[in-house]
Design a protein around this ligand. Structure first.
Ligand code: NAD
Length: 493
């Protein structure tokens, strides 16, 4: 019998046993069994990791930006070379289909290349100030130690949107991956160090959010927290920042609308709606979980969506024929079922799905793709993020009504618009109160395009130049170009 692997913290280029000597089981969602242990950290482990990152900061930030950029390119190549094994680990740990994880992870080195290319192109600017004899300019500086806190649904993707930006900017980091899926992050950091990343520049501590996560984000020597996760965790991070005043970027959840107009290419729209909410078993922050369809095409659209949902093959993540795999966390089966039965009690109709799916052999955490109709707007499932494969579908009559329904949420992450009418698309885009709008497509991302939400979906951006500057401080500089003595020391110039 194979021994169950045990992961320790990764600090200063080596494995570190948690000072408490406690470990957590990490489960394989396809059979519900523990497949590895991870260190259950606490504030003492965080102190060690932050200290290691602090120690590494002077040398790392002193490297020339060009050198840091070149190293990020080498790290990208090493990441690409190990994409397959990393995909296998991640798929095992969070249950995401290998079919989806494999191409995603193959793409992630692009984030390292993109930010590597930025490293020596971060330039400040000369500013024309309205003062005589003054030369003003602005420079950018690294922050120091950054905490990167990631969730379980896409650990390496959500690390890749942060880590290379933090490194390109000259920071050192402590990563805290989710307690439900830490293994791929620990594997990646070893790959990066073998490829030349100096030890201590990236450290990883694992364990529970309220223990090790909370200790990390409130640490007095952490200057920036990039957090992706849910609202409860984000609120704690914000409270912690009242102590250390760390700069924050928060990528949180959503309840994203997709609007399908009567003039849309309905085949493409059905496929986009399916992909938007059932891919990754609905465990995506941008899941298009509220779909509004113009009344003229509502009935045939629902019929087609239901028929396509019925054909979805549920199965283990390693099976190339599976369309949808398990959910990552056992509790999601109960919470999703509970939200559906509450909606049904209020009058909602389950058009397809609605219950967990039992795999042959009876193990694993699977939920059927679910389409709900006639859901009253006060039902929790119409307002709260499910993080499971459930879509609520509702008719609308006019464009104005569609906009009102789309914006009837406290979240503001993403919106989809399906129409062939370009003028309509342009009319609607500025009316969507979201950080992302996709027109005739859904769930597209790139390191070059900033990503972030409004409202309860968080603040700050990842990707693009803005995503890089989130990891930097700005310094404005004034140089007096006159040799005259200060005429009046008590007057502000
Ligand atoms: P979560 O908030 O429970 O956990 C996220 C991370 O935060 C984990 O590493 C966790 O250990 C840590 N954490 C939890 N409490 C903490 C605390 N008090 N202090 C510090 N760290 C803490 O979220 P999850 O359940 O792992 O992930 C699902 C959530 O993530 C969903 O709401 C989803 O929408 C969101 N998400 C957002 C994006 C995005 O880019 N906007 C992407 C993926 C997931």
């Amino acid at each position: 019998m194979n021994a169950v692997p045990r992961y320790e913290h990764w600090i200063e280029g080596g494995w570190h046993t948690p000072l408490s000597r406690r470990y957590l089981e990490t489960f394989d969602p396809s059979d519900g069994r523990p497949w590895a242990y991870i260190a259950s950290g606490d504030s003492a482990d965080v102190d060690r990791a932050v200290e290691a990152a602090r120690k590494a900061f002077p040398a790392w930030s002193a490297r020339s930006p060009r050198e840091r950029g070149a190293l990020l390119m080498a790290l990208a190549d090493a990441f690409a070379d190990h994409a397959e094994e990393l995909a296998l680990v991640e798929s095992r740990d969070n249950g995401k289909l290998l079919r989806e994880v494999r191409p995603l992870i193959q793409y992630l080195p692009e984030y390292f290349r993109y930010f590597g290319e930025w490293a020596d192109k971060i330039s400040g600017d000369v500013i024309s100030a309205d003062k005589a004899d003054m030369f003003a300019f602005r420079e950018w500086a690294p922050i120091g130690v950054c905490a990167l806190v990631t969730p379980w649904n896409s650990p390496l993707y959500l690390l890749s949107t942060k880590l290379p930006a933090a490194l390109a900017a000259g920071n050192t980091v402590v990563v805290k991956p989710s307690e439900h899926a830490s293994a791929s992050t620990l594997e990646l950091v070893q790959v990066l160090e073998k490829a030349g990343l100096p030890s201590g520049v990236v450290n990883v501590v694992t364990g529970l959010g309220p223990d090790v996560g909370a200790a990390l984000v409130r640490h007095p020597h952490v200057g920036k927290v990039a957090f992706t996760g849910g609202l409860a965790g984000a609120r704690s991070v914000i409270k912690a920042s009242a102590e250390n005043l760390a700069k924050l970027s928060l990528e949180l959840g959503g309840k994203s609308p997709q609007l399908v107009f009567g003039d849309a290419d309905t085949g493409a729209a059905v496929a986009g709606v399916l992909a938007g909410v059932f891919a990754a078993s609905g465990q995506s922050c941008v899941a298009g979980s509220r779909v509004y369809v113009q009344r003229g095409i509502y009935e045939p659209f629902v019929a087609e969506l239901v028929s396509r949902a019925q054909q979805i093959k549920i199965g283990p993540p390693s099976d190339p024929d599976s369309d949808i795999g398990p959910v990552a966390v056992r509790d999601q089966l109960d919470s999703t079922s509970g939200l559906i039965s509450d909606a049904v009690a209020l009058g909602a109709r389950v058009a397809v799905g609605g219950t967990p799916w039992e795999a042959p052999g009876g193990s694993g955490w699977y939920f059927r793709p679910t389409v709900l109709c006639d859901v009253p707007s006060e039902a929790a499932i119409a307002r709260e993020e499910v993080f499971g494969p459930v879509v609520v579908i509702t008719p609308f009559d006019t464009e104005q009504e569609a906009v009102r329904l789309a914006n009837d949420t406290e979240y503001g992450l993403a919106a989809g618009i399906w129409t062939r009418d370009l003028a309509r698309a342009h009319r609607l885009i500025p009316q969507m109160q979201t950080g992302l709008v996709w027109v005739n497509t859904y769930r597209v991302a790139s390191p070059t395009v900033p990503f972030g939400g409004w409202g309860l979906s968080g603040y700050g951006l990842e990707g693009g130049r803005e995503g890089l500057l989130e990891f930097m401080h700005s310094t404005s500089v004034w140089i007096n170009t006159s040799s005259a003595a200060i005429d009046d020391p008590f007057r502000m110039r």
